[in-house]
Design a protein around this ligand. Structure first.
Ligand code: TYM
Length: 332
């Protein structure tokens, strides 16, 4: 246990999780428990950088935890917890704010995108969000952070902050590496394949949720935007819609792009979209069924997140104490 490398990741409970979240992140988490010491959070503190409805936020978190477990994350083998239950995140987050530069934060793509979308609520938390994310990761001395492509910039900033801190105080933080899947790292919106599939753009019908019903999933794929050609061929630049569907099909079936192209060489887009829809339905079906069973079992969820917070706190507090000492805080 002691010598295992550490994995840490998190997802915002800012809405229902999407197929993109699943293929880019969650799907890969479930395979790691035997080899690594794994910490997976529900990042409620990050979620409040956008306005949330309190009752919804509570509900979303429990559904998210149930879905983590339904995706194969056994709470006995993985540390599953809620970020705000471990105060060290807020504590180290503040410290790291003081070691993160204004210019660095200004360059973050997620900040630029979110502030463009929510011009009426560009709060300080949204801006300093990456310093809290750095704290999330560095508290656990994580070796790898399994995320989708869009989070790479935040992990790189985390490394820069850690290097800066270590440069002043000695080796306090392990430098984490992003762990980005080869297939599924950037799933695009089915209606607007130039945009990332995202829970904040649910309304256009181009977003599939992990817990969506089979008929809704089939409908979304049937309507997916393609192009004016007829061949099922991977060409990200000229055929973004079809390329996205090939990527999704590949991630769900394990077939390579070449195998997929030859499987559909004599078939039309209609057949292909139906097959992709069916593959997604079958991938998500057992997760949806198990998640619904678990959502009904509140006691089990509560004991999982409590046990997770206890274990996470032990690890996180070790790092926090070390940091406080290094920077000159007096032990209470
Ligand atoms: P969030 O909540 O936006 O997304 C959660 C995870 O899902 C991945 N993802 C996708 N992957 C492929 N295609 C998509 N369309 C897609 N949409 C989302 C994201 O890359 C991410 O891995 N800042 C983080 C949450 C966070 C975190 C952390 C992550 C907070 N602290 C510490 C890792 C480590 C975020 O907003 O993810």
């Amino acid at each position: 246990m002691e010598n295992k490398k550490v994995i840490l990741s998190g997802i915002q409970p800012s809405g229902a999780m999407t197929l993109g979240t699943y293929l880019g992140a969650l799907k890969n988490w479930a395979t790691m428990a035997d080899e690594f010491d794994c910490y997976y959070m529900i990042v409620d503190m990050h979620a409040i950088t956008a306005r949330q409805i309190p009752a919804e936020l509570r509900k979303t978190q429990l559904t998210q935890l149930a879905t983590y477990i339904a995706c194969g994350l056994d709470p006995e083998k993985n540390t599953l917890f809620i970020q705000s239950h471990v105060p060290a995140h807020a504590q180290l987050g503040w410290v790291l704010n003081c070691y993160t530069m204004f210019g660095e934060l200004s360059r973050m793509t997620q900040f630029k995108e979110k502030s463009a979308r929510n011009a009426e609520n560009i709060n300080a938390g949204l801006f300093t969000y990456p310093a809290l994310q750095a704290a999330d990761i560095l508290l656990y001395q994580a070796d790898y952070v399994p995320v989708g492509d869009d989070q790479k910039q935040h992990i790189e900033l985390t490394r820069d902050i850690a290097v800066r801190f270590n440069g002043i105080y000695g080796d306090v933080f392990k430098l984490p590496e992003p762990y980005i899947p080869k297939i599924g790292a950037r799933i695009m919106d089915l209606q607007a394949p130039e945009n990332k599939m995202s829970k904040s753009a649910i309304d256009d019908g181009g977003c599939v949720l992990i817990l969506d019903k089979p008929e809704d999933i089939m409908r979304a794929f049937k309507r997916a935007v393609t192009d004016s050609e007829t061949s099922v061929r991977y060409d990200l630049k000229n055929k973004p819609g079809i390329s996205n569907l090939i990527q999704i099909y590949s991630a769900c079936t394990g077939n390579t792009f070449q195998e997929i192209e030859s499987e559909f060489s004599t078939k039309g887009y209609g057949d292909f979209k139906k097959s992709v829809g069916e593959a997604v339905v079958e991938t998500l079906r057992p997760i949806r069924e198990e998640a619904h069973r678990l959502i009904a079992d509140k006691a089990h969820l509560e004991s999982a997140y409590k046990q997770g917070a206890e274990k996470a706190s032990r690890t996180a507090n070790k790092t926090l104490r070390k940091v406080y000492k290094k920077i000159g805080f007096i032990e209470p």
